[in-house]
Design a protein around this ligand. Structure first.
Ligand SMILES: NC(=O)C1=CN([C@@H]2O[C@H](COP(=O)(O)OP(=O)(O)OC[C@H]3O[C@@H](n4cnc5c(N)ncnc54)[C@H](O)[C@@H]3O)[C@@H](O)[C@H]2O)C=CC1
Ligand SMILES: O=C(O)[C@H]1O[C@H](OP(=O)(O)OP(=O)(O)OC[C@H]2O[C@@H](n3ccc(=O)[nH]c3=O)[C@H](O)[C@@H]2O)[C@H](O)[C@@H](O)[C@@H]1O
Length: 465
C-alpha cells in the first residue's frame, strides 16, 4: 500500500524545507507539517513569501507551488497524526542543559513527547520516521513507548536522517548525495523501508537511496557531522600555523585538496564553525563514547570542539592585540552575524562568541547582517548571560546599512561570508573610518591587494603578514 498522508512533527529548518520538497515532488501525497509553535505555523502560512520563518534560496517558489495543494502547515498536531500513514519526527534535539549528561548528551524530551503523543492518538498502524538527529539506539526507546499503548496499533520505526546544509537546503534536498534509510530486518520493517524508498524515488535516483539497519543509520548521521566538523577544525588548526610561518591557508587547502583522496570541499579556514548541529552532535558522540567507557575515542572527538573554541577566541584576541592592546570605547563593525551565508540562522554562530569577548573588553560593536534581525542578535547575547540586556544594548548597535555600521569604526571584522561584502565600495568605507583602519577577515573573502592599496591594514585568517 502506498503512503497517502504524511504528517511531520516540527516545522523548523529541517521539517519545513524537507516536507515542502516531498510535497512538490509527490503531488499524490498529502503532507501536513505541524508544530506547537503557533507563530511559526502562522509564518509558514503567510501570504508574503518573504516572511517565511526559514530563509532558504528557492524555498519560496516551492512553497508557492505546493502550499494549499498538498502541503499544509497546521498547529492541530493530534488531527494530523491521526490521519497520517507515515509520521516524520523533526523536532529539535538540543544539548541537555540539566541533570545527567548536562552540556553533552542530546536532550530527548521533545522526541519522547512526540512518541507519547503518537501513541495516544493513533488508531491505525503507522510508520514513524526519525528525521531528527538522534543518538544511536534511540529508535528502541521510541519503539518501547509506542509498543506499550495497549491498543494493538502496530508501529514501524525508521531512521531517515537529514543531511541538508542551511543556505543550500533546497538544492541538497532536490539533489542529495544520498538518502539514508534504516529499518528493521523483519518482513514488516523491510516493507516500511520500501514505502519510504518509494517516496524518495519520485525524484532521487535509486542508486542514491541507501538502506541499512536502524543503528547504522542513526550513527552515520552523527559520524557525517563529526567528520565534516573535524575537517573544519583541521584546516583551522593549520590556519594558525600559516599565520606564524607565512604560508597561506588557501594555497595549502588547494594543494591538499587536489589529492583525490582528500578532495577540495570543506577546506575553508574560518573564524570557527557554527550552526545548530556540529557542536551538539559531536558532544553527543563524545557522551556516547564515554558512556561505553571509550575514553580515547571521546577525547579524540572532543578535540574538534576544543579547536573550534580556540579559533573563535584567538580571532577576538588578535583584534584586541592589533588595536594596540585595547578596544575599550572603540567602535568595531561586524559584517555578518549568521553562522554562514544565505541563512538567517545564528545558532552557535562564531559572531556571538567574538562579540561577547569584545564587549567584555568594553568595545562598541556595530553589527550589519543582511538577513538577521536585531531582536535575534540581542537574544543571542542575552542567552550567554555575560552581562545585562541593557548593557548589551548600550554597547552593541544593530544597523540595516553596512556603510552606517562601518562609519567611524576603528576596525571591521568579517564574520559571515555574505557575497555582497566583496563588492562594497571599500574606498568609501575606508574614508569614513578612524585611522589606521583595520579589517579582520574571518572568512578570507576580501581582496587583500585592493584593500591594502586603499590603505587598510588587512588581516586574513590563515595568512601571514
Ligand atoms: N538545522 C539543520 O540544518 C539540520 C538539523 N538536523 C536535525 O533536525 C532536527 C530539527 O532541527 P531544526 O529543524 O533545525 O530545529 P528547529 O528548532 O528549527 O525546529 C524544531 C521544531 O520542532 C517543534 N517542536 C518541538 N517539540 C514539538 C512537539 N512535541 N510537537 C510539535 N512540534 C514540536 C519546535 O517548536 C520547533 O519549531 C534536529 O534533530 C537537528 O539536529 C538535521 C540536519 C540539518
Ligand atoms: O546536521 C546538520 O545540521 C547539518 O550540519 C551541516 O550543515 P550546516 O551546519 O547547515 O552548514 P555547513 O555548510 O556544514 O557549515 C557549518 C559551519 O562550518 C563552517 N565551515 C564550513 C565549511 C568550511 O570549509 N569551513 C567552515 O568554516 C560554516 O561557515 C558554518 O559555520 C552539514 O553540512 C549538513 O550535512 C548537516 O545536515
Amino acid at each position: 500500500m502506498s503512503i497517502k498522508n504524511i504528517c511531520c512533527i516540527g516545522a523548523g529548518y529541517v521539517g519545513g524545507p524537507t516536507m515542502a520538497v516531498i510535497a512538490q515532488k509527490c503531488p499524490h501525497i498529502n503532507v501536513t507539517v505541524v508544530d506547537i509553535n503557533k507563530e511559526r505555523i502562522a509564518a509558514w502560512n503567510n501570504d508574503d513569501l518573504s516572511s517565511l520563518p526559514v530563509f532558504e534560496p528557492g524555498l519560496d517558489l516551492i512553497i508557492k507551488e505546493a502550499r494549499g495543494r498538498n502541503l499544509f502547515f497546521s498547529s492541530n498536531v493530534e488531527e494530523s497524526i491521526d490521519k497520517a500513514d507515515m509520521i516524520f519526527i523533526s523536532v529539535n534535539t538540543p544539548t541537555k542543559t540539566y541533570g545527567k549528561g548536562k552540556g553533552m548528551a542530546a536532550d530527548l524530551k521533545y522526541i519522547e513527547l512526540c512518541a507519547r503523543q503518537i501513541a495516544s492518538v493513533s488508531k491505525n498502524n503507522k510508520i514513524v520516521v526519525e528525521k531528527s538527529t538522534l543518538p544511536v539506539r534511540t529508535a528502541s526507546a521510541i519503539k518501547n513507548i509506542l509498543d506499550n499503548t495497549g491498543n494493538g496499533v502496530q508501529f514501524q520505526i525508521l531512521s531517515n536522517p537529514e543531511f541538508l546544509a542551511e543556505g543550500t537546503a533546497v538544492n541538497d534536498l532536490l539533489m542529495p548525495d544520498r538518502v539514508l534509510i534504516g529499518g528493521d530486518n523483519t518482513k514488516e520493517g523491510q516493507k516500511a523501508v520500501n514505502q519510504l524508498v518509494e517516496i524518495y524515488s519520485n525524484w532521487v535516483p535509486k542508486n542514491k537511496i541507501l538502506t541499512t539497519n536502524v543503528w547504522s543509520s542513526e550513527l552515520s548521521k552523527l559520524t557525517a557531522n563529526a567528520f565534516l566538523a573535524q575537517r573544519v577544525s583541521s584546516i583551522n588548526a593549520m590556519s594558525e600555523i600559516c599565520e606564524k610561518t607565512g604560508a597561506d591557508i588557501n594555497e595549502v587547502a588547494q594543494a591538499i585538496g587536489m589529492d583525490s583522496r582528500i578532495g577540495p570541499k570543506f577546506l575553508k579556514a574560518s573564524v570557527g564553525f557554527g550552526g545548530s548541529c556540529f557542536q551538539k552532535d559531536i558532544l553527543n558522540l563524545v557522551y556516547i563514547a564515554k558512556s561505553y567507557g571509550l575514553d580515547e575515542v571521546a577525547d579524540y572527538w572532543e578535540q574538534v570542539i576544543i579547536m573550534n573554541e580556540h579559533q573563535k577566541q584567538r580571532f577576538s584576541d588578535n583584534i584586541v592585540q592589533t588595536l594596540f592592546n585595547t578596544v575599550s570605547g572603540k567602535k568595531i563593525a561586524f559584517l555578518g552575524w549568521a553562522f554562514k551565508k544565505d541563512t538567517n540562522d545564528t545558532r552557535e554562530s562564531a559572531a556571538i562568541k567574538v562579540a561577547d569577548n569584545l564587549l567584555s573588553e568594553r568595545a562598541l560593536v556595530s553589527v550589519y547582517d543582511p538577513k538577521v534581525k536585531k531582536e535575534r542578535i540581542y537574544a543571542d547575547l542575552e542567552n550567554l548571560k555575560t552581562r545585562s540586556d541593557e548593557e548589551n544594548k548600550t554597547l552593541l548597535k544593530v544597523h540595516t546599512n553596512a556603510y552606517e555600521a562601518c562609519k567611524d569604526s576603528h576596525a571591521i571584522a568579517v564574520l559571515t561570508e555574505w557575497d555582497e561584502f566583496v563588492n562594497y565600495d571599500w574606498a568609501k568605507i575606508h574614508k569614513a573610518m578612524q585611522k589606521p583602519a583595520f579589517i579582520f577577515d574571518g572568512r578570507g573573502i576580501l581582496n587583500k591587494d585592493l584593500l591594502e592599496n586603499i590603505g587598510f591594514s588587512y588581516y586574513k585568517i590563515g595568512s601571514g603578514y
